[in-house]
Design a protein around this ligand. Structure first.
Ligand SMILES: [Zn+2]
Length: 362
């Protein structure tokens, strides 16, 4: 399969029109030696985050919207196979709703990075969810032999509506009952976390202490949930994720977990640490983040923000978070470094309480 990608890449280079004749030169991975080493290449910053594990960061462009502000993909390698988790923004055709514009050689560029990092290993691709900033570069691998996977419940038709791609290029799997064995003990397990999407998948790589959570838990400054149903889903599934890790990881295996989210630039805004304050210096999140998001979602269902000292706090609107379109004018609930954004009347409904008159919508 790696050979097919190489062939595709070779064709893409030689068949390119003169206007897009030159990809940005060869991607040089030789500087990726220690954890944290990074190489900039075209639209991406590629960072080493483990032995055979890489973050392919798109630093984004603030003239865009949504995921256009920056998103992350991750590549993990075993001894027999490699897995690319997520496909970032669509720089091949652009994505109008987020004001993301096409960029020259976008498909070639991503394939150059991936091919260089995987060498001769066959590749599979799995997404955390089918939102346009996470499945955007699917076109770079369409028509080849690379299997592409999404969690059952995700809307595969989004490929058509978002990127004008044939939905049949993806297959679905049931999160929780499928893992990706990459060889050499690098087994990527999957667990469902719905709420942000219907088939959202969290990927766990125990051997390397890595978790890839996409947008399922947010990326630090909080995920917005617009209905009681979606809040219930994230509460239930994040609790199962916490229970699973507690049952299957020894304490020190949990404590060293590094949690890589869909939008790492948001990591710096964590719970009580972020309201209207300067951001903090972090590059990934941790086991505490998973527990805090779950505690926050479940705490809202138990009306804990109304109980002084419960650990769940209603922050009201916050200057920075309100810069985010979907968060505008919504309540922000925090528990430690876990944050959930939702309209306050929904919090009352979710907790089974009457909505106070001043919050009732006209
Ligand atoms: Zn996203």
């Amino acid at each position: 399969m790696a050979r097919t990608i190489t062939l595709l890449f070779a064709c893409a280079v030689s068949c390119a029109t003169t206007a897009f004749a030159q990809p940005a030169g060869a991607f040089d991975a030789s500087k990726l030696v220690k954890l944290g080493d990074e190489v900039k290449y075209g639209s991406y910053v590629v960072r080493k985050i483990g032995e055979g594990a890489y973050q392919i960061n798109d630093p984004g462009d603030q003239s865009t919207r949504g995921g256009g502000w920056g998103v992350d993909m991750y590549l993990v390698r075993g001894t027999g196979k490699a897995l690319l988790i997520d496909l970032g923004n669509n720089y091949i055709a652009g994505y109008e709703k987020d004001a993301v514009k096409p960029r020259p050689n976008a498909a070639e560029e991503l394939r150059a990075v991936v091919n260089r990092l995987i060498g001769r290993l066959p590749l599979e691709i799995a997404v955390t969810h089918m939102h346009p900033d996470h499945d955007g570069m699917a076109g770079a691998f369409a028509g080849g032999t690379v299997p592409m996977w999404a969690g059952e419940g995700e809307d595969l038709n989004a490929l058509k509506t978002q990127h004008n791609l044939d939905p049949s290029i993806f297959r679905t799997f049931k999160p929780g009952s499928r893992s990706f064995d990459l060889g050499g003990g690098h087994v990527v397990e999957t667990l469902p976390v719905r709420g942000h999407s219907n088939g959202g998948t969290v990927y766990l790589l125990k051997r390397d202490s890595l978790v890839f959570s996409g947008d399922a838990l947010g990326s630090g400054f909080g995920q917005a949930f617009g209905t009681v149903e979606r809040l219930r889903q994230v509460a239930e599934d994040s609790q199962k994720l916490v229970d699973y890790i507690k049952a299957n990881y020894a304490p020190y295996e949990r404590y060293v977990l590094r949690v890589y989210t869909g939008h790492s630039w948001q990591n710096a805004y964590g719970g009580f640490l972020h309201p209207n304050k300067a951001s903090i210096d972090v590059g990934y999140l941790d086991w505490r983040f998973i527990q805090d998001v779950s505690a926050c979602a479940n705490g809202i269902l138990q009306a804990k923000w109304l109980v002084e000292g419960s650990g769940i706090k209603y922050m009201g609107n916050m200057l920075y978070t309100d810069a985010w379109g979907s968060a505008a004018g919504r309540a922000i609930m925090v528990s430690g470094i876990g944050t959930i954004i939702l309209p306050l009347d929904l919090a009352y409904q979710a907790a089974g309480l009457p909505v106070p008159p001043e919050l009732q919508r006209k």
